[in-house]
Design a protein around this ligand. Structure first.
Ligand code: FDA
Length: 313
């Protein structure tokens, strides 16, 4: 699944403007369009509806307004306003108050101080309303600055925030995991969705998985309500076993999965008394997210081709 070559291939075609245009035209056209397998829709109402359905299945949610790599200050300001609108819509709808966001969406590529100002605007509105805000982790070019911003916000007293660490990166196990645990912050552990060079990341899936398993165990026993974000049944089984063996109650951590993936496993876990949160992405800027999902599982491409052929018939 995490094969480096397949990630590299999908990363490359994600740069294609023609493909992006075509996908944007067809991907969300109808309820049956292919992008809807992984994306709740382009509008907040669709995300709220998906959240309602998840809640009815006993699943917790986090909403992600898709967007990344904003290249100018106006774009960053617009994304911030959109996020503030999302916060208002979530309050009005009564769904669970939990969002995930990316710092490059808020202008990190343009100006770090602006990105900090923008996330603070969102936090100032959302935290008093009981929101939890997870800062997603982007490619390794952003790990340092993302953690630095996260730690600065934490020092300034924001406590309803959490961060993401990737087991693919050597640095996570070497230094980041222990430091963020020591801070007392909530960590979401993932394998890592980005194509990374050998100098910074494990290239073999077996090594990424082994690192994931080691850090997952540490988080279960020493972390602060960690989120184990994976669809990997072996990891999940191991987490359950480790928690049982170490007397860690099932409400001291949660599993997280992506919208549209392994709903069967989500249901099994909920029925067994575990907390499961589903990450619900929505918005117009869905193409890069969508391509990362294809890169994780090339078999998904067949599904896309079939849907496109089906629709054009
Ligand atoms: P793995 O790739 O080993 O797959 C295990 C099984 O899961 C597969 O056999 C298959 O059944 C299923 N599966 C996995 N991916 C699938 C797909 N795309 N389509 C269909 N089935 C699939 N990454 C990151 O770099 N930064 C981040 O902030 C986040 N945030 C995040 C939040 C949440 C809630 C989740 C679940 C994941 C992320 N990720 C992420 C993505 C993560 O890094 C990773 O790329 C994916 O979760 C896939 O890895 P798995 O751990 O699921 O295992």
């Amino acid at each position: 699944m995490l094969d480096a070559a397949s990630k590299a291939f999908f990363h490359l075609i994600a740069q294609s403007r023609t493909l992006k245009k075509m996908a944007s035209r067809y991907g969300m056209r109808s309820q049956a369009s292919f992008a809807r397998r992984f994306i709740a829709g382009e509008q907040i109402d669709e995300a709220i509806a998906a959240a309602g359905k998840a809640a009815a299945r006993g699943v917790l949610i986090t909403l992600d307004l898709l967007g990344e790599s904003v290249t100018n200050l106006d774009g960053a300001a617009a994304a911030t306003r959109e996020y503030l609108d999302v916060v208002e819509a979530m309050i009005a709808s009564g769904i669970e108050r939990n969002i995930s966001l990316k710092l490059t969406q808020l202008g990190l590529d343009v100006d770090k101080a602006t990105a900090i100002d923008n996330i603070r605007k969102i936090l100032e509105r959302a935290e008093p309303e009981g929101f939890f805000i997870r800062i997603d982790m982007e490619s390794s070019a952003y790990t340092d600055v993302t953690l630095e911003i996260f730690e600065t916000l934490w020092r300034h007293g924001y406590r309803q925030i959490g961060v993401v660490l990737q087991s693919a990166l050597y640095r996570t196990e070497e230094r980041d995991l222990a430091r963020i645990i020591a801070l007392g912050a909530r960590i979401r552990l993932v394998k890592g969705a980005y194509r990374e060079p050998k100098s910074v990341a494990h290239q073999k899936k077996a090594d990424v998985d082994a690192a994931y398993a080691r850090m997952m165990r540490t988080l279960i026993t020493e972390g602060h309500y960690p989120a184990l974000a994976t669809h990997d049944p072996r990891m999940i089984e191991e987490a359950r076993q480790w928690a049982r063996d170490h007397g860690v109650a099932s409400d001291r951590f949660e599993f997280q999965m992506l919208f549209g993936i392994r709903r069967d496993l989500q249901a099994t876990l909920v029925n067994a008394g575990y907390r499961v949160r589903v990450y619900i992405p929505f918005g117009r800027e869905w193409f890069p997210y969508f391509m990362r999902r294809l890169g994780e599982r090339p078999a998904n491409t067949l599904f896309v081709v079939r849907s496109v052929l089906g629709e054009s018939g």
